[in-house]
Design a protein around this ligand. Structure first.
Ligand code: NAP
Length: 294
């Protein structure tokens, strides 16, 4: 129940009405307050969507601090633009070049990025030493995926893109980053050669995302080369599964969908704000129900 003591959390973005974060976070907060014995145990928060236009970003985050907001998520188009407005930015957020989670400190707003940990959460059960990752796409989310593959101890990280200038920029950016990562970049068509010795194949492009549900980032020929030992991961969460994952499953590969990353990055952020373990299962279930998956 919201009372005079309830504290605010939220998400800023433009647009924001499509965000699944309020649903997932409020479900977790509500579950944490079920069966509590006394008031001290209450996780007294509510998580709200805050529509913030780009030209109002600086003013908006100052206002959020002024009205006592305790923390917030950041989504498109503010993930990069917010960095110079924060008093502290974690090394991982600097390396990724984007902030998705902001929390209050004595000195003001501090930013971090939970996408990398969200991405690797379902991969930690496997051994990645001496393994090769092939990452399709070199946009924003690809950066968290590259950092995640490095964190998992992958021997080789290959990033494929369609624009040579952007690929080169992507490569250069890691060389001067707080997390100097050894990776190789390739033209998109190199997938035909790389697929044979790849243990993890990740789609970070929007190819196959609703409404283009009949598209796959790779050809039938490439799909046929996927080994049953490969883990195929698609960051897209609608549809669920994507055509790419359906095709990979037909090759007996293990598949992971984008919903898990969404849930895990949110759970890590919520835990940071409320400073206690959070019900990840409830967060996952709330999204699965909302998306008609259960
Ligand atoms: P982004 O920054 O726009 O990057 C998209 C990348 O895909 C770019 O490298 C782009 O290439 C490439 N691309 C787009 N269309 C392509 C095509 N037809 N052929 C080859 N490459 C193509 O987007 P993002 O923020 O990384 O998001 C990408 C996807 O990940 C979206 O579907 C998003 O919903 C999903 N995502 C999921 C989560 C999660 O928690 N599950 C988190 C973040 C993102 P160019 O640079 O050459 O245009």
């Amino acid at each position: 129940m919201i009372t005079g003591k309830t504290q605010l959390l939220g998400v800023i973005g433009d647009p924001i009405s499509h965000s699944l974060s309020p649903l997932m976070h409020n479900a977790a907060i509500q579950a944490m307050n079920t069966n509590i014995i006394n008031e001290q145990e209450k996780v007294d928060y509510v998580y709200l969507p805050f529509p913030v236009q780009s030209e109002k970003l600086s003013e908006a985050i100052a206002c959020l601090a002024n009205i006592g907001v305790q923390g917030f998520n950041v989504t498109i188009p503010h993930k990069q633009a917010i960095i110079p407005l924060l008093t502290e930015v974690s090394a991982i957020a600097q390396a990724i070049g984007a902030v998705n989670t902001v929390y209050l400190t004595e000195n003001g707003w501090a930013g971090t990025n939970t996408d990398m940990d969200g991405f690797i959460a379902p991969l930690k059960v496997y051994d990645w030493a001496n393994k090769t990752a092939v990452i399709l796409g070199n946009g924003g989310s690809s950066r968290a995926v590259v950092a995640g593959c490095h964190q998992l101890g992958m021997k080789e990280i290959h990033v494929l893109g369609r624009n040579p200038a952007k690929l080169q920029q992507f490569l250069d950016s890691w060389q001067n980053s707080p997390l100097p990562i050894n990776l190789q970049v390739h033209d998109w068509r190199e997938i035909n050669n790389l697929i044979n010795h790849c243990s993890l194949l990740v789609n970070t492009t929007p190819i196959g995302m609703y409404p283009h549900v009949d598209q796959s980032p790779v050809s039938e020929e490439v799909i046929n080369k996927i080994s049953p030992n490969t883990i195929v991961y698609d960051l897209i969460y609608t549809p669920n599964p994507t055509l790419f994952l359906v095709q990979a499953r037909q090759q007996a590969a293990t598949i992971i969908d984008g919903l898990e990353m969404l849930v895990q990055q949110g759970a890590i952020a919520l835990q940071l704000w409320v400073n206690r373990p959070v019900p990840v299962g409830i967060m996952r279930q709330s999204l699965q129900k909302h998306l008609g998956l259960i």
